[in-house]
Design a protein around this ligand. Structure first.
Ligand code: PA5
Length: 444
């Protein structure tokens, strides 16, 4: 069994012929990915990562075991592609109440914002605790993680001493360039390399995602097995009609060209919230360029049906929805009978809670289709490492194809630099003197 894509609830909005019309271009996009002849072809290392990473798995697991033994808390420092994939998988597989359970080590995150209160609270939490740090930055120069790393490295050295801290810090960065590489080499930290040809948002199946996921106690071999399986399912040997990545890329482009400019990734499983956050970065940074691209948004159902449901059902008709559905929960809760039935819920007695959830899912899908929102569905048989591995590779492969269908370079992110330039100018970073002067003039 594999994850399964269903697109028939889009057919009232685009015809099967309109989707099939993408066949030649999707085949061409696949060929460009595999042969490295398309835009951004120096960033295709993710394509074969499921196989290429296998030789490193034992070493990654050994490092994770060491950190797990020594630490009550492990802080993963990184932003964007350097943290979202790990957080997506760890949240999807962890107890919803992990903080209240005595299952150490806890995984926490830093460097994904510049919130002073966040960092103060994190530093307070770590005071007196045995903690470790995984510092992740491909460029090794990103401000948010660099700032957090300096703060937490200082704290760790003060608490544990410099020697002990050295064993508890792992850096994941470029093999030669960047401040983090220089620092790690000089301090003698254990490091892993993010290969040149793997962009941040495509790096979850590299040490970037695998080390934190292994530190959280999850099975990275299974994750990679699932991804490898999807690599073959979505490969060029599978024809367009049976290829889920090509079909998803085609149908979302057909919908986009019919006026559906926003894709809402929704789930009925609260643990998938960060899968949506990871997906938003993957598609937003890959496709949102040259004044085009589907806007990736997300919602958690049924929670957000009580806040965003009105707009989705009745607002401007620019949305289509992709439901990430989990066929079978990992646990069972049966709804009890009550003789008094004061809450009027005896019609649910004897049913599993998931049956109620599934009827909410089906009811929502039908209502939204009736309201003018095409629906796609990606179903995972269960929420586990293997199927998350499949899901990750499926979305990555489809993203590459979809970006080429849109005729953009899916593997760069030039727009991300604009805010950094202004921030550095405003903070008087050396080298930004001219920009500093210009921005201050503008603000007068
Ligand atoms: O996808 C990307 O390349 C970016 O979103 C990066 O992941 C993000 O900006 C973090 O960059 P770095 O890992 O260089 O610190």
């Amino acid at each position: 069994m594999d994850i399964k894509l269903t697109i028939d609830k889009a057919y009232g909005f685009v015809t099967p012929e309109a989707v099939s019309a993408y066949k030649a271009r999707a085949d061409k996009a696949q060929e460009m990915l595999v042969n490295g002849t398309g835009k951004g072809n120096d960033f295709l290392g993710w394509l074969r990562l499921p196989e290429d990473i296998r030789p490193q798995l034992k070493d990654i697991q050994a490092t994770a075991n060491l950190l797990r033994q020594e630490c009550e808390v492990i802080v993963c420092i990184g932003i964007g592609g350097s943290y979202l994939g790990a957080k997506a998988v760890i949240d999807a597989l962890s107890s919803s109440f992990a903080w209240l359970e005595d299952k150490k080590p806890y995984i926490v995150y830093a460097g994904q914002n510049i919130g002073e209160d966040y960092l103060y609270e994190l530093q307070s939490l770590l005071r007196g605790k045995r903690f470790g740090i995984i510092s992740i930055s491909k460029s090794g120069t990103t401000t948010e993680p660099a700032l957090a790393f300096r703060l937490l490295k200082t704290q760790l050295e003060e608490q544990q001493g410099k020697e002990a801290a050295r064993r508890l810090i792992v850096c994941i960065t470029d093999k030669a360039r960047g401040a983090l590489r220089t620092l790690a080499t000089q301090e003698g930290y254990k490091t892993y390399v993010i290969e040149d040809n793997i962009g941040g948002r495509f790096s979850v199946l590299s040490p970037v995602g695998l080390l934190p996921i292994a530190c959280a106690g999850f099975d990275i071999e299974q994750l990679i097995d699932g991804a490898a399986r999807m690599e073959s399912v979505c490969g060029t040997d599978t024809p367009f009609e049976a290829n889920p990545a090509a079909q998803y890329a085609a149908v979302r482009n057909a919908l986009y060209n019919s006026g559906k400019k926003v894709e809402l990734l929704v789930n009925f499983h609260p643990k998938l919230h960060y899968v949506s956050e990871w997906w938003k970065q993957l598609y937003g940074e890959s496709e949102g360029k040259e004044q085009k691209g589907i806007f990736p948004a997300s919602a958690d159902f049924t929670t957000d049906l009580h806040s965003m449901g009105q707009y989705i059902q009745d607002g401007e008709r620019l949305l289509f929805e992709t439901v990430v559905s989990v066929a079978e929960p990992n646990h069972q809760v049966d709804f009890p009978h009550n003789d008094a039935n004061l809450d009027g819920l005896n019609f649910l007695a004897g049913k599993r809670v998931d049956e109620v959830n599934k009827m909410a899912e089906l009811g929502t899908m039908l209502a939204h289709v009736d309201g003018g929102v095409p629906n796609l569905k990606v179903e995972l048989p269960k929420l586990n490492e293997y199927y998350l591995g499949e899901l990750i590779y499926f979305f990555e492969r489809a993203c590459g194809i979809s970006g080429y269908l849109l005729d953009v370079n899916p593997f760069n992110q030039p727009g991300v630099e604009a805010y950094k330039k202004n921030m550095f100018a405003l903070l008087d970073k050396p080298g930004y003197e001219a920009e500093s002067k210009a921005i201050r003039e503008r603000l007068k």
